[in-house]
Design a protein around this ligand. Sequence first.
Ligand SMILES: *Cc1c(COP(=O)(O)O)cnc(C)c1O
Length: 582
Amino acid sequence: MPETTISKAYKAFFLGPKAENAAWTGAEFQAVLDHWFNWRKGLFPGDPPISTAEERQSAPYLRARAAMTEGLETLTELLSHEMPKYTPRYIGHMVADLSLPALLGHFAALLHNPNNTCRDASWVGTRIETDVIAMLATMVGYDPAKAHGHITGGGTVANFEAVWRARFRQDHWLSLALYLAEKRGLTLPLMEAGHMGWHRFGALLNEYDVRLDDLRGYSGIASNPYAFGERMTAAFGLPYRGPVLLVPENKHFSWTKATNVFGFGEESFWPIALDDMGRLNIASLQEQIDHADKAGRPITMVVSVAGTTETGKIDPIDRVQDVLDQTRATRGWDIWHHVDAAYGGFLCSMLRGPNPADALSPSNTAALASISRVHSVTIDPHKLGYVPYACGAILTRDTQAYAVSSFKAPYLERQLEMPDKWSTTLEGSRSAAGATATWLTGKTLGFDAGGMGGVIAATIGACRQVKDRLAQLVPAFRPLEPTDTNILCFSLAREGDSLKAANAATEAMYDRFATSPDFAVSKTTLGVKSHRLMIERHTGTYDGPLDDDHLVLLRMVFMNPFWAEDKLRDQLSEELATFLNT
Ligand SMILES: *Cc1c(COP(=O)(O)O)cnc(C)c1O
C-alpha cells in the first residue's frame, strides 16, 4: 500500500477547518480589494467623482447603506445554515474545502467581470483561459501547443461540447458520401464513409472536385434530418437508422441528456457492458463495434470514464484506444474517443513532475496516461480541482478535433486562426472566474505530483486507511473492492445475508446518517442489470443470495485533504466505526 506522503505546506493552500489561515487569507482578500479600489482611482484622473463626503453622510445615503448592511446580515445568517462542505466530516459528494488560490483567483476576476465569450469583453480573461487550457492539456499529456479547449459551466456541458464536435465531424463525412452517391454515382460502403477521417475526406473533395459549400444540402444537420434519412436509405440501399454512441454502463446521467438534446434518440445510445470490477468491458466494446457494422450504424463516438461518479472507477482507456487503433488499422475507420474525466481528470497531476505519485494501481496509471491518445476529454476543476462552481473544461488534443459549428472542415492540417470563442462554445456569455481560479491554483499549487498530485495522492491513501480501519472495527462492513481512487463504497451485511437483507441494512444506516449532524455521506444504487458481474463479486464476499435487482451502497468521497492528518483521521475513523456499529 502506498504511503501517505504530503508536504506540510499543503496546509497553506486551504483555509483550514478552524480557519487556521484566517489572518493571512483576510489580508490577501483585502489586498485584492485595495488593488481594485486603486485601479479605479488611478484610471481617468480627469473625470469628476460622483459624490461628495457630505452627500455620503446624508440621511437617504445612510438609509441605503443601512439597508444593505441589514440585507447582508440576513444573507450571511441564512448562509450559516448552509451544508458545511469544508469539514472532513463532509464526505457526501464530489466537493470539499476550496483551495485558497482558487477562491482568491475567482474573487479577483469577479470584481472585473470579464465575459470570455469574446476578446472585446475580456482583454485579460480570455488570455488567462488560453493559458489555463494549456496547463490542463499538459496535465493530461496533450501537447499544449496543439491542444484546444475552453472552460465550461461544468462536466455536463463539456460532455455536450464533445458530442457536438464528434457529430459535426461525422456529418461532414456522411454529407460527402451522400453527395457522391446522389450526384456522381459513387456509393462508398456506408460504414467506411461514416468513419472516413479528415484526410480521406480532403482527398475525395480533391479527386471529385467538390467544394465544401456544395455539401450543405447533403448534411443531416445543415439541411433536413428527416429527408436526410430517406435519402441515405435510397443511396445506401438499407434502412438508415442514424449513428450510435457507445457509452459504458457506468456512465454519468449527462450522457442520456446529451442523446436527448442532440436528437440522437435514446435508442442510439448503445451500452458497453462492465466487467466484474465495474469498468468498461473490452470484449463488449468489440461486440458493439461489430454489431454497429452489421446494422449499418456509424459510430459517432466511444466514451470511457476516468473516475466514475458512483464508485470512482477508471475504465481501461489505454485498451479502449488500442481497440480503436486496431479498428483503424484493419477497417480504416476513424472513431472518436472521448474520456469523461469530469471527476478523475486531476488524478493525472499525480503522473506529472520529477517524482510521480504511485497512489494508483499500474493498470489505472496506464489508463490515465493514455488520455493523451484520445480525441477529447472532460475535466471538472469544480470537483477534484478544489475550484468554486461553476467550472468545467473541454479539451481536444488538436485543432481538428476542436472544430465545430461553422460549416468549414479542418481537413487541411492548417492552424485555424482562432476566432472569438462565441462561435465554438455551446454557452454564450461565460465568466472568466473559473479560468482565473484554476489558473492561480496551477501557478501556485501546481498540477503535478509536487502539488495538486501530492494532495490527491494523500486523499487516496487516506481513503484506504479509513477502509482498513473500518474493516478492523466494523464486522458488517463490506467494501466494494477494489477502491480505485478516493471514493469508498460499501454495504452492511452479515455472513450469508441475502442481497435484500444487506440492502435493507445499508438503507437503514443511510437514513441514520441523513438525520445525524456528525457526518454527511451519500448513497448510491447500482442496478443488477447494468452491474451484474460486479455485484456478484461483491455479494460473493459474504456469500449472500442475489435476490434483489439492485445493490445499495453507502458512498464516501474522501477528497477533503485534511483526512491526511493522522490524528484527525484516527479520531474520525473511530467515530465512523462507532456510528456504523450502533
Ligand atoms: C460530475 C460528472 C459529470 C457532470 O458534471 P457537472 O459538472 O455536474 O455538470 C459528468 N461525468 C462524470 C463522470 C461526473 O462525475
